[in-house]
Ligand binder design. Structure first.
Ligand SMILES: [Zn+2]
Length: 231
């Protein structure tokens, strides 16, 4: 062990020169990469370690036989991050437009599809769900309120901690959508309202057509914050 006060001045100078030259090498490689590309180079994203919660979540997904691809942790700037995220590859029901998802969101989503969506479709509609349509997961943007986006208030989508579900396609060809069926009454609406209720038990925030016009065509499901909000 050495203390910085006793560390020889010459050695510290040498260390500084080594650090400075390493930095120069990194800068050089970025410039060379940029020279091959037609556009100016962007600063390299910061790579961060995974949390313990992520490790547990990944193990849970494997145990549930969900297929997924781990994604690198990236601080994307502008208050937007993809930390502890994965890409779901197979949850038993083909699902469109899934990008990066925080692992715990993905775990809840896969369980909701398996234990709520598929049984509810059999119960209310007498058919299997063969495809789930979504508007995606990660988006570096602000919260959408009734009067448009709320400037400066980042959405949970900006952290890949939210997913927007728009429709369910059945084996017999029927397509049940939030836009067309939420207020339509009958079994289609009953199916969607049951899914909304079950989502409220699994996710922290659930927003649908009853919340505001910005959600007239999808369920927004997220795990942000600490208090549940179901509307
Ligand atoms: Zn959303």
């Amino acid at each position: 062990m050495w203390r910085s006060s006793t560390f020889p001045v010459r050695a510290r100078l040498l260390a500084l020169i080594v650090i400075a030259s390493l930095g120069a090498c990194a800068d050089h490689s970025v410039v060379r990469q940029g020279a091959r590309a037609p556009q100016a180079p962007r600063p390299a994203p910061r790579v961060l370690p995974n949390s313990q919660a992520y490790q547990m979540c990944a193990a849970n997904l494997q145990a549930a036989q969900v297929q997924f691809q781990p994604l690198p942790n990236i601080d994307r700037g502008g208050g937007c991050t993809t930390i502890d995220t994965i890409k779901l590859l197979d949850i038993g029901t083909p699902t469109a437009n899934l990008g990066p998802m925080k692992c715990q969101l993905a775990e809840k989503f896969a369980a909701w599809v398996r234990f709520a969506v598929r049984p509810a479709a059999r119960l209310y509609l007498g058919s299997e769900v063969v495809r789930i349509e979504t508007f995606g997961t990660y988006a570096c943007r602000d919260v959408r309120g009734t009067g448009g986006t709320i400037a400066g208030k980042r959405s949970e989508h900006a952290h890949a901690n939210a997913v927007d579900i728009s429709a369910f396609v059945l084996a017999d060809g029927r397509r049940i959508s939030l836009l067309n069926d939420w207020y339509a009454g009958g079994q289609n609406a009953q199916f969607l309202r049951t899914l909304h209720q079950s989502a409220c038990k699994r996710f922290l925030t659930v927003l649908g057509p009853d919340y505001n016009a910005a959600h007239k065509d999808h369920f927004h499901l997220d795990l942000g914050g600490t208090r549940s909000f179901c509307r």
